[in-house]
Design a protein around this ligand. Sequence first.
Ligand code: MG
Length: 410
Amino acid sequence: MKERVILHSDANCFYASCEMVLNPSLRDKAVAVCGSENERHGIVLAKSEKAKKCGVKTGMTNREALSLCPDLVIVPPRFEYYQKFSLLLHKIYERYTDYIEPYGLDECWLDVSDSLKSGEEIASEIRQAVKDELGLSVSVGISFNKVFAKLGSDMKKPDAQTLITRENFKELVWPLPVSDLLYCGRHTSERLMRLGITTIGALARMPENYLVSKFGKNGHALWVFANGEDDSRVAHMNDYTPPKSIGHGITCIENLENTEEASKVIVALCQDIGYKLRAHKMSCMGVSLSVKDENLCVFSFQTKLEVATQDQAEIARVAISILKKNYNWKFKVRALSVTAIDLQSEDAPVQSMMFFDYEKQDKLKRLNSTIDEINNAYGKRSIQPATVLDERKMPSHTDKSITLPGAMKK
Ligand SMILES: [Mg+2]
């Protein structure tokens, strides 16, 4: 069988680099994309090369980052723009293959086995195109499997490429710590370390049975990865795996004290959920609400719906009723999150119900799609419910989450 040629392209300092393209006066400065200072989310989400050199790390508080790097320019995140850059990167990749599998916003695998050009030629063309056309840079790993391609994209950066072959992988990959291996999380790496297995090479040389006895199926996968025998495919760009749930949560600037305050936050959270459900052409049959109180205890409640919905007002109404029914306000609330669960296609047949107002649902659907069009054209917050406006406890930056069961085509 012909050897596969797989690239893994990783945009360098992605959020910070996008900000520099959007605002060229930031070029050559130490830049960090952060939540704002007065919010609990005041942490570094991403940093530029220069900020990195000062010791600024992702996850640090803004204050720590500023003490290390007093000239640091802090900018708030603008995910809508990062998403657009991500799509433009994909457009460049599409010139070489239809097998493009995203891994987060700024990373992709590409299977270019069928190309007449070599993996290295394609990698260097991609790097040049990304620089010329987008003003960004990428690091590319080139290998015969996905796991090593990903390791390769991390080896030299920014704007560099690394080829890992069957001939050189023992030299390049095996000295790396096990924690560098894909899907080898903190917990697994710590357990491996305790067994004296610190490098990928040490992992590869262990008897497979031993790893299976310690880690089950995961032990088999790790052994396969370490030995360069990963044969998982790069998904086709049209393979679409629908999300299993769509959620949105925030930590409030001040603790919430009553249902009325919490309701405003819930309504705001649901705006995004409704929008995303419609973007994915899905509706939900259930809603779940998580409440974190001031003692950091988390309570989760969920309820099933009688009729599937993708309407934010309906999801908010359900979430608020869950809150009223289940939360006794003995303690103030620090964080809230709402998740649309039991997702199904929006075209799934609706079970007919005698007392359900189908005409009203149809009107609502048309209203929501008009709102989405306006928000798409004029910015996300052009139309929003009056309750959301002027809410002093709402931070501007919130945690958005879509749980995807794997690769997804945006
Ligand atoms: Mg990156």
